[in-house]
Design a protein around this ligand. Sequence first.
Ligand code: MRU
Length: 371
Amino acid sequence: MKVNGKHYRTIWVDENNTGIIHIIDQRFLPHEFKVVKLQTSGQMCIAIKEMHVRGAGLLGAAAGYGMYLGALEANESTFDHDIHTIAAQINSTRPTAVNINWAVKRQLSAIKIGKTKKEKIDIALRTAIDIADEDTRYCRQIGLHGLKLIEKIANAKPNSIVNILTHCNAGWLAFVDHGTALSPIYAAREQGIDLHVWVDETRPRNQGSNLTAWELGAQNIKHTIITDNAGGHLMQHGLVDLVLVGSDRTTLTGDVANKTGTYLKALAAKDNNIPFYAALPSSSIDWELHDGYKQIPIEERDAEEVKYVQGYMNGTFQRILISPENSPARNPSFDVTPARLVTGLITERGICEASSKGLLELFPEKNPQHG
Ligand code: MRU
């Protein structure tokens, strides 16, 4: 997407030095747009863990590039041992988004085909670029499939605006480009559909008010930031036509793990007969899992994120305590929305019902009975 007229992806290789990976450091948005360079797998692990980069698809791409940096660091004589150690370090950065593990596995099976260190490095770079390019293509496809849902709503209410509610940030910043939940919104905007987005602020890290609002504003899309608990009220008053969210891990059975608070939006949507869709590339489907609530690991982040807010004042970032200093806090960062509350899944291959039947119809090669 464009920032000040220039096209950016969220992660890319330096064009003159392939040992340097560039990322947009998202901790400073929307106030400062900072591009930083990473040169070691250790730096990439920190960038993932401390959320300089975040969002399912971007985490997968970052893990892919992290493995490539790891291949550069590994010793020729102990390459296999070294690269597996680095793989374990990358895998341990964040637990919920399955894309990290998916990208690491993809790199390990690609790299092992190389015979020399040079060959392994070349394969790792090619694979990292492929992961990033594929993410971009799939997100655009998700946009085009999701567009049909928005068109249908727009046609059913001519001359009125389409209101969409989203949670957290599943825009281009959460992927390599385009995004998932926001990709149909960008496609609808290109078609000239009149729409407006309710942006959940998404406490405690405020990916909604910091990132989604910034993204939408940059594309001139009408939007309003709301508190995380306002969605139910807006739904009761007919002010939401569609809920569109992303997913960090979706089970074979269609359960969706997404930023904490998503489940409550799905409950409210169900109660108000509002369609609730999750948009996701197949890289974030965990084909092994059948029960999201029991099986998806939920990241528990530092309680300090709940007790302090970060803001921007007089040109600097400030951190402010907003609760009694000694009160304990907890910070489960994701929750699981069961398939029964999900109207459908928007994938790169099309839209399906949130069930193993729906997913396997779109991805028949994942069916164990597939010949
Ligand atoms: O903790 P984050 O910011 O990495 O969480 C990811 C998210 O932004 C969401 O849960 C998102 O809606 C799905 S992944 C793009």
